[in-house]
Design a protein around this ligand. Structure first.
Ligand SMILES: [Zn+2]
Length: 389
């Protein structure tokens, strides 16, 4: 899948604010709007790389913070880069490490030059700067490198959000300066500014002035709520160039993704399908269900009759329920597979609807199915016959 062409975004169709596109990278193309499963530590948890491919995913996300601590970026590079290391020959995006330094590490000190922190694994003191983040993502061989920024805490005062955003903009310029250009590899800038319209506008102006291969909207889905998130997107997205991909970081729930696609976002990542899959939460066209609930114990029907994943084609709700109740590792594996398939199916449906100019009707149908709730419970044929606990 390797090629030597330039990193490029092709806009194929639009429907209202929504875009159907295609991104070309050194390790192949991916269709947008796209959902990227999160491969935290060189693995999408509970899934083989073949299984991730089988869900329809074309690009995955790797976490700089986790990989720099263990096994280290230098080790990944020595073992052939992240594509070879984890058997993912397709496109990979890596985050900058900044967000997880803030959320996972201890004893952080932030200064103009970067951040010093202690590893959550062994307490070792580590320094991360914009330049070092670019170097690490280069060693990992990311197709898409993210600028190193500070994710502004929420809630934040306008003054705190402004200070944080302006530091991130100075770091963005240093990232652009130190990023090593290679064919098919892109660097994305990240718009910050919290929920403040003028700060978002200032951030977008600085980043487009510097010039990036794509633009991310950061600092959302941190507790501000869906209405506020959509409002910030309504203000921010029109300020981003038409001819570059747009990425909403860390979002999210299916209807958050749908609303953001309608507002012109092309790329998404979230741990929700994988993390939820490990705890027994299953995503269906009728909303989220908990497979551990007793109502599923005797249910011979699949999790989602319209889904073509192995969990739904080969197994009943009753079997999946049993696996979770018995703490069998196959339970999280099957439910993660199903959830990732659900997300890829959601994105394929959105892409087809945008291409056909029918996004509005498609979204109305998605919302109606979601509002219906799960399929009605069926009675247990063994109830009262001494089978129950
Ligand atoms: Zn399924």
């Amino acid at each position: 899948m390797s090629g030597s062409g330039a990193f490029a975004f092709e806009l194929l169709a639009t429907d209202g604010g929504a875009r159907r596109g295609r991104v070309r990278t050194a390790h192949g193309i991916f269709e947008t709007p796209a959902f990227m499963p999160v491969g935290t530590a060189g693995t999408v948890k509970a899934m083989t790389a073949d299984a991730v491919r089988a869900t329809g995913a074309e690009i995955i996300l790797g976490n700089t913070y986790h990989l720099m601590l263990r096994p280290t970026a230098e080790r990944v590079a020595q073992l052939g880069g992240l594509h070879t290391f984890m058997d993912w020959p397709g496109p990979i995006l890596t985050d900058s490490g900044g967000f997880q330094v803030m959320s996972l590490s201890e004893l952080r000190t932030l200064d103009e030059d970067g951040v010093t922190f202690r590893s959550h694994l062994d307490g070792l003191q580590i320094r991360l700067t914009p330049e070092r983040s670019m170097e690490i993502q280069d060693l990992l061989d990311a197709d898409i490198t993210m600028a190193f920024d500070e994710c502004t805490p929420f809630p934040a005062t306008q003054e705190a959000a402004a200070q944080s955003m302006r530091l991130s903009m100075r770091w963005a310029a240093r990232c652009r300066e130190s990023f090593r250009a290679r064919p098919g590899h892109g660097l994305f800038g990240i718009v910050q500014g919290g929920v403040f319209d003028d700060l978002r506008a200032e951030s977008a102006a600085v980043l487009t002035g510097i010039g990036f291969d794509g633009y991310a909207v950061g600092g959302l889905a941190v507790g501000e709520g869906q209405d506020e998130m959509f409002r910030v997107l309504d203000v921010t997205v029109p300020l981003l160039p038409q001819d570059r991909p747009r990425y909403l970081m860390g979002v999210g729930r299916p209807l958050d993704i749908v609303g953001a696609v309608q507002r012109g976002i092309d790329m998404f990542d979230c741990v929700m399908p994988t993390r939820s899959g490990r705890t027994g939460q299953g995503f269906t066209r009728h909303g989220v269900l908990n497979i551990r609930n007793a109502r599923h114990a005797h249910d011979a029907r699949p999790l989602d009759a319209d889904c073509d994943c192995p969990a739904c084609r080969k197994h009943s709700r009753g079997y999946l329920h049993h696996l979770f109740r018995a703490n069998e590792m196959l339970g999280p594996m099957l439910l993660t597979w199903h959830n990732l398939r659900y997300y890829q199916d959601l994105m394929a449906g959105l892409r087809a609807a945008i291409a056909a100019g029918g996004l509005e009707d498609h979204v109305a149908a998605l919302e109606a199915a979601m509002a219906e709730g799960d399929i009605p419970q069926v009675p247990d044929p063994l109830s009262g016959k001494g089978s129950g606990p």
